[in-house]
Design a binder for this molecule. Sequence first.
Ligand code: 8Y7
Length: 299
Amino acid sequence: MRRPDSGRRLFLVSLNVFQKRFAMEMNFAGRVLDMSRCHVMGILNVTPDSFSDGGKFNSRDAALVRARQMVADGAAFIDVGGESTRPGAAPVSLQEELDRVCPVVEAIAGELDTVVSVDTSSPEVMAETARLGAGLINDVRALQRSGAPEAAAAAGIPVCIMHIQGEPGTMQDRPEYLNVRREVSSFLTERMRVAEQAGVLPENILLDPGFGFGKSLEHNLQLLASMEQLHILGHPLLIGISRKSMLGKITGREVDERLPASIAAATIAAMKGASIVRVHDVRETVDAVRVVAAMKEAG
Ligand code: 8Y7
């Protein structure tokens, strides 16, 4: 067991002070949230091939039923995704992605008290869904597609910039880093610079280290252990670990048996100051982050 040296401890203490004293508000298409607290984002896949709900919710009405339940369970965000980023998943055409995502975004934004997040890398989908009421762009490709930074800027809503090494189809083949923490940090810094140059406002940027996106178990664990270091970049953090294979590797459990491990991961993220945790199991995770919030308020 190694104790942090005093310099490191001072650094961590000052981060806590920073988080407590300054409420960070973000405006998601008119819904203002305090990002010094941890909110739960429910995952809503509208792909026929999504890995952990088997594509059960690929029609508009089924998606709405699921979204209503997640909002009733306390989801502040619903992340609607029409393109599977699972390695080996079939690529989706722009028209297909628009057809899957737009009706669901429009229906949720019109009916439910939640922020609609759109999991997309396509500038056309960003533009169209923002028009239909989406409040957040969640791009696992960090606005690397041609026209994406400009589309995100024009949409005028917050954007989550996530670290990825490589491309979704091949990213898990042989992920390699000299120093994973430093490389994730410098990638995010560079992508923020590109986004801001295209006109994305700094107050509209969220960051995500991208668990499982071109990372071995060791890389993921190093990033989780040092997650609070990312606060120094000055933007709220979004963390997605729910049911991921890193939890399967740690526990030996199949994807539908990873709820306890997922709750543990979300709890760690909330304790380390994540503003959003992206999860499949909303109700259970809301309880977990409430425990963390209650403790932080008391302390
Ligand atoms: C993440 C994500 C996925 C994540 C953000 C899965 C779309 C894979 N993971 N978006 N998306 N962060 N921001 O297992 O970690 O849910 S898809």
